[in-house]
Write a new protein. Structure first.
Length: 475
């Protein structure tokens, strides 16, 4: 990219979004793990503008709080009454004060815009000496969109909204995408002269463009891919945008050396990071800030959120949230790693195992049917099938420590707080409530007692009684 950049970015995000039929403000609905407005701001951030203003209105409190979390440098400005795009832009400019240079104005519901396209718009605007440059797209069906009418020399003559267009004008396929580059001074003057004499009774930002042309000033246009400029007005368009964004992300990752076995069933959020030679099997969803290192295999049928996976690890049919999986480690199938689960190098969490707030050292294994909560498991230790860490006493959580190279037998309960020392063994079926020292065998179960002929006395005539009698006769 060249060093062309806007002085200010203005994002129009005040609309109510009634077609979403949602209590959530439209611009807070998500595509690829980011809100609609978050995607727009992410595309604008690399442009390096001195100021970023987001015009808020409907659901302003929720939108303002969201902006504070994702883009604290963006300044929210309230449009108390939604009186059109021109009015919203004027509210933003009033907040920016007296500035010069290029102002990039764009909607907050266009999550597919690319930084490269916005940069090209700013660059061509500045190099062409225009007071305004419009980002346009050519649509197979432009119904509902404002038409861009050009002069014979290719410059913009005017933009007419669909409701105000004649039949001949509606035949034009080039449409306004509501993305503009303006020069600040002329824009401020043009906004001050807007009227509401139109079908909607609103102040149209597009009328500023028409006024520039009428005054003999240069208005340019830059054509972008229709797919990239699509807005979101309802749930159908939201789903379509998510699919498009996901396809784009997967294409980029595959070109970067990631194997995606079935792109149709694989979903990756925008902030996920993958290294070369990662393999994503069918049914994988990677959300939030998940990171996967080279050579790791994820899936099939796995969902990871804010999880870090080390090189060469395997995660199969598992659900992981806020977990760390070490290099060469193995997770699943049917495992659940909850926040704070940390697996060391070559550790194993197997079938129907849940781990929460616990660390497994290098080579430690919990292969089957276990719950490990608030525990530290040392290197090389093995917890047998059905091991339960009883970490909660009904009031508080307590911690369990299992040393290195410990062997815990099947169907054992470790009642926290408790410690099992290095090299110790715990007998199967034990309920451990006290410390087991290094190298000791912990046994905590009642001695077995067999009652002779109990079935003959208490269950006479049953199938069990008949089986027992037959066994005794055959001795």
């Amino acid at each position: 990219m060249t060093d062309a950049r806007p002085t200010a970015v203005v994002v129009l995000a005040a609309g109510e979004g009634t077609r979403m039929r949602s209590a959530t403000p439209k611009v807070l609905h998500e595509v690829a793990g980011r809100s609609l407005v978050g995607n727009v701001l992410a595309a604008c951030a690399p442009l390096g503008a001195d100021h970023t203003v987001v015009v808020v209105g409907a659901g302003r409190d929720a939108v303002t709080a969201h902006l504070a979390a994702i883009a604290p440098a963006a300044v929210p400005v309230t449009q108390a009454e939604q009186r059109g795009t021109g009015h919203a832009a004027r509210v933003a400019l009033d907040a920016l004060g007296d500035l010069d240079g290029t102002v990039l104005v764009l909607p907050g519901d266009a999550p597919l815009l690319r930084t490269e396209t916005l940069h090209r718009l700013v660059e061509e605007h500045q190099s062409g000496g225009a007071v305004a440059t419009v980002l346009t797209a050519v649509l197979p069906d432009p119904t509902g969109y404002g038409r861009v009418l050009r002069r014979p020399d290719g410059l913009v003559d005017r933009i007419v909204e669909h409701r105000d267009a004649t039949d001949a004008e509606r035949e034009v396929a080039e449409v306004n995408t509501s993305v503009y580059a303006f020069e600040a001074g002329p824009l401020r003057a043009g906004l001050a002269r807007l009227s509401t004499a139109n079908a909607q009774g609103e102040e149209y930002l597009t009328d500023v463009v028409g006024a520039f042309v009428a005054a003999g000033r240069t208005v340019g246009a830059v054509v972008a891919a229709a797919e990239e400029t699509a807005g979101v007005n309802d749930r159908v368009q939201l789903a379509a945008a998510h699919r498009t964004h996901n396809d784009r992300l997967l294409l980029d990752w595959m070109r970067a050396g990631v194997t995606v076995v079935d792109p149709a069933t694989t979903w990756v959020d925008a902030e996920v990071e993958l290294e070369p030679d990662v393999v994503l099997h069918p049914g994988v969803q990677l959300h939030g800030r998940t990171r996967v290192a080279t050579g790791a295999e994820i899936g099939p049928d796995s969902t990871l959120t804010d999880t870090v996976v080390g090189a060469g690890a395997h995660v199969v049919r598992a659900h992981c949230v806020g977990a760390r999986v070490g290099a060469g480690a193995s997770v699943g199938p049917f495992a659940y790693l909850r926040p704070g689960a940390v697996l060391g190098e070559k550790a194993k969490v197997g079938t129907y195992v849940e781990v929460k707030g616990s660390e497994l050292g290098p080579g430690a294994k919990v292969p089957h049917l276990s719950y490990i909560g608030d525990a530290t498991i040392g290197a090389g230790s093995n917890l047998g099938a059905g091991t339960i860490v009883a970490n909660y006493d009904g009031v508080a959580k307590h911690r369990t420590t299992v040393g290195e190279h410990v062997r815990v037998g099947s169907d054992t309960v470790l009642v926290a707080p408790v410690e099992v020392g290095d090299g110790a063994y715990v007998a199967a079926g034990s309920v451990i409530t006290g410390r087991v020292g290094p190298g000791e065998l912990g046994v905590a179960r009642a001695r077995q007692r067999n009652v002779p002929r109990w079935v003959a006395r208490r269950r006479a005539g049953t199938s069990a009684d008949k089986a027992a009698r037959k066994a005794e006769e055959g001795r």
